[in-house]
Design a protein around this ligand. Structure first.
Ligand code: NAD
Length: 321
C-alpha cells in the first residue's frame, strides 16, 4: 500500500516512516527539509511547501493513506512568541491537505493534534486531573497553536461527515526521544534539559524556566508511533490521547536526566520565562478501551536513551573542527 507521511523531515515523521517501512508499506515522505540527523527511510522524498495548494495536490497524488504531521511548531518558547505565523502556516497546511486528500481519493487521513487543545481552565494547578478527550469543550485552548489544532480537528470531523473521508485524530502529549531537535529554539523541555545537562560539568548548574514545579507527562517516540499505527488501523473516528498518565515536575525531570548522565546538577530557576500551563497529563481510559493498549515505555528508560543520543551529538559536534 502507498502511503504519504508529511512532516517527514521532522522528529516524529522520521520515526514513523522507519516503522511504516518495517511494516511493509511503500512510503512517500514530504517536507520543506530533509531529516537533520540521518537519511529518510522513505521510498520517495519530495521537498514541497504544503502551505501551497498545488504542492498538496502533488503530495497526495496516488496515495491510499495520509499521515499528516507537517506543522510549523516548537517548544513553549517558540509557540508563545510566534502565534500569527503558526496559525497562518498550519491552517493553510491542514485545510489544503484535507481537501487535496479528498480530491485524490485517499481512503484514510490521520491528523496529529496536541494536548495544547485542552482548556487552560483545567490546567491551572500542578496536581492537575488527567485530561479526558471529552474535556476539550467548552474550548479554551493554548492561544495560537492550540486554537489551530482544535480548528483542524473539527475540519477532520466535518470531512468525514460531509464527504465520507475516514479521518483519525491523535492528541499527542509531549513526545520525546532520539533524533529530535535539541537546540536552536524549537526544542522541547526533555531535549533542552538533556542538552543543558550534557553541557554542564559534574556539580554544575543549569537554567530551569519558572520555579520547576509545573508538571507534565512525557511519551517516548516509539510509543507515539505505535499509538499512531494502532489508531490509523482502528475504526475510531473521534480524537484520542496518545500520551502517558505519569505526571512529573520539571524539577523531577531535571533530576532524572542528571541521574541518567551520572552528574550532580544544581538548578537556577529563571522567572519570567515561558512555562505554559501549570499542569498537564493524559487520561488513558479511552485509549485503553479503544486500542487495548497505552504507552508503556518508562520515563527513566526513554530519558536514558534520549540523553545518551544528545550527549553523543554534542560530543561529535565538539570533535568536529
Ligand atoms: N513533538 C511533540 O511533543 C508533539 C506534541 C503534540 C503534537 N505534535 C504534532 O505532531 C506533529 C509532528 O511533530 P514533530 O515533533 O515531529 O515536529 P517537527 O517540527 O520535528 O516536524 C514537523 C515538520 O513539519 C515540517 N513543515 C513545517 N511547515 C511545512 C510546510 N509548509 N510544508 C511541508 N512541511 C512543513 C517541518 O519542516 C518539520 O520537519 C506536528 O503536527 C505537531 O504539531 C507534536
Amino acid at each position: 500500500m502507498r502511503v504519504l507521511v508529511t512532516g517527514a523531515g521532522g522528529f516524529i515523521g522520521h520515526h514513523l516512516i522507519k516503522r511504516l517501512k518495517a511494516d511493509g508499506y511503500w512510503v512517500r515522505g514530504v517536507d520543506l527539509k530533509v531529516p537533520e540527523f540521518e537519511p529518510s527511510a522513505a521510498d520517495e522524498f519530495q521537498l514541497l511547501d504544503l502551505r501551497r495548494w498545488a504542492d498538496c495536490q502533488q503530495a497526495t497524488r496516488g496515495m491510499r493513506e495520509v499521515y499528516n504531521l507537517a506543522a510549523n511548531m516548537g517548544g513553549i518558547g517558540f509557540i508563545e512568541h510566534n502565534k500569527a505565523v503558526i496559525m497562518h502556516d498550519n491552517v493553510l497546511i491542514n485545510v489544503h491537505m484535507l481537501e487535496a486528500a479528498r480530491e485524490a481519493g485517499v481512503a484514510r487521513f490521520l491528523y496529529t493534534s496536541s494536548a495544547c487543545i485542552y482548556p487552560l481552565y483545567r490546567q491551572q494547578t500542578p496536581d492537575v486531573t488527567p485530561l479526558r478527550e471529552a474535556d476539550a469543550y467548552p474550548a479554551d485552548p493554548e492561544d495560537g497553536y492550540g486554537w489551530e489544532k482544535l480548528f483542524s480537528e473539527r475540519q477532520c470531523r466535518h470531512y468525514f461527515e460531509d464527504f465520507g473521508l475516514e479521518t483519525r485524530v491523535a492528541r499527542f502529549h509531549n513526545v520525546y526521544g532520539p533524533l529530535g531537535t535539541f537546540d536552536g529554539g524549537r526544542e522541547k523541555s526533555p531535549a533542552a534539559i538533556c542538552r543543558k545537562v550534557a553541557l554542564a560539568t559534574d556539580d554544575g548548574e543549569i537554567e530551569v524556566w519558572g520555579d520547576g514545579s509545573q508538571t507534565r507527562s512525557y511519551c517516548y517516540v516509539d510509543d507515539c508511533v505505535e499509538g499512531v499505527r494502532r489508531l490509523m488501523q482502528s475504526e475510531w473516528r473521534e480524537p484520542l490521547n496518545i500520551g502517558q498518565e505519569r505526571l512529573v515536575t520539571i524539577n523531577e525531570l531535571v533530576d532524572m536526566v542528571a541521574s541518567a548522565a551520572g552528574k550532580r546538577i544544581r538548578k537556577r530557576h529563571v522567572a519570567g520565562a515561558p512555562q505554559g500551563v501549570r499542569g498537564r497529563s493524559s487520561d488513558n481510559t479511552l485509549v485503553r478501551q479503544v486500542l487495548g493498549w497505552e504507552p508503556s515505555i518508562t520515563l527513566e528508560d526513554g530519558l536514558g536513551r534520549t540523553y545518551a543520543w544528545i550527549e553523543e551529538q554534542i560530543a561529535e559536534r565538539a570533535a568536529t573542527p
